[in-house]
Design a protein around this ligand. Sequence first.
Ligand code: AMP
Ligand code: MG
Length: 498
Amino acid sequence: MRTVTNNSPSTASHAPAGPGLQWVNSFAGLGPDFYTALAPSPLPSPYWVGRNRALARELGLEENWLESAETLAALTGNQPLPGASPLASVYSGHQFGVWAGQLGDGRAILLGEMQTHNGPQEVQLKGAGKTPYSRMGDGRAVLRSSIREFLCSEAMQGLGIATTRALCITGSDAAVRREEIETAAVVTRTAPSFIRFGHFEHFSYRNQHAQLKTLANYVIDRFYPECRKAKQPYAALLQAVSERTAHMMAAWQSVGFCHGVMNTDNMSILGLTIDYGPFQFLDAFDPGHICNHSDDHGRYAYNKQPNMAYWNLFCLGQALLPLIEHQEDALAALESYKTVFPEALQARMRAKLGLPDAQEGDSALIESTFRLLAANKVDYTIFWRRLCGFTAHSGHEPVRDLFFDLESFNAWALQYSERLAQVEPAQRADLMLKNNPKYVLRNHLGEEAIQAAKLKDFSQVDTLLTLLQSPFDEHAGHDSFAGFPPDWAASIAISCSS
Ligand code: AMP
Ligand code: MG
């Protein structure tokens, strides 16, 4: 770790940082209690592993920015980006239901904010070396987990799910010890803010109420300005975060996404999917599926995620209590989750079924669909995509082939066909094809790209990025990326270690 002493982060100066780039770092303006200023630690002989040129364009970066040797060096942490003021932030959190005390950016370094057409975007290097918050860790990320984070961020974005983004991965042959020796990589990721529930918990548990208020005001003023007008702005903030989180959870459940480590330090205050670790998209539909090999008790199983999000929001509410003052205001703000989540989930599931409006009986149909998929262990993504071609009178076969209990399937198909009779077929097909992806980042697809990348073939990372950025399109010639998982997929074990 190299600590920078003469590079105090500035909030006001706009220094150029590469062609067309203007940096600020408003987070740094919160003051020294919130972070440690330090530079990334270099890695030898870096090379490009993946580049997200679509995001580079969205950010307004010049066409050749991701092509230059200077950018490669800067985004590996080997040379400073002019005008950036790197820092690691401090936070705390509840991990697996237990108060873990101080954590922080143990291997993520915030460079600053780019000013983009979509407003300020913070830029972080993940895996860029030790920080004062690294605890026993090495401050590094391995190639395997970096490819997974890079691809999944963009897969979620492609699916229309709120997420942090990933601009590129750079790699180095430097050895990193995990269960076995692997190599290092750095993911450059962006988000309007990387603030977590755990940032609030940190100051609250230390009784640092002035800092807690500074943080809450910063988040309200930048991201939730409407809360300022509320009678109780901090309760309004809790409610707004609860609602965004509810929408994110509905989106996860509807696509069969399991996060794996929903600790409060991995919950974004903006309701973004953040910190991709042992995540998984369901193959066969199993409501109790546990994707994280280290999650012995299944705390973060697929069907527990919505309740765990509420549990985390409760922690956030508790952290905000010194500002909210009246407990009943905090509880009332949290209540919104209990209505917004089921409504958002119903809306997403109706769209997947091709039902443009809500009718009585729809929730029973959705429930019976989930029950049928679970009883028959049906491949979740393939079922929904095939269902787009299901019609009331024919076209049952590709869907029916997925089930072994045909009696139950026929009963369900009859119930669904009756409901479809009230929907205009073209409208239904259009709705379904926009809501049932053909491509998701299944574990085995990521694994194949990782194995090739370990041999320095990065072409599959590129191919997957293209498919996952528009997962609802057909992408002729790429059907093998949309098929059933191979038998070996079930034996992939992914744990917290990354
Ligand atoms: P996670 O559950 O992966 O989000 O990480 C929990 C905490 O451990 C966070 O504070 C991380 O910054 C830290 N951490 C995870 N991996 C490492 C590592 N390799 N080196 C240093 N800190 C780490
Ligand atoms: Mg984390």
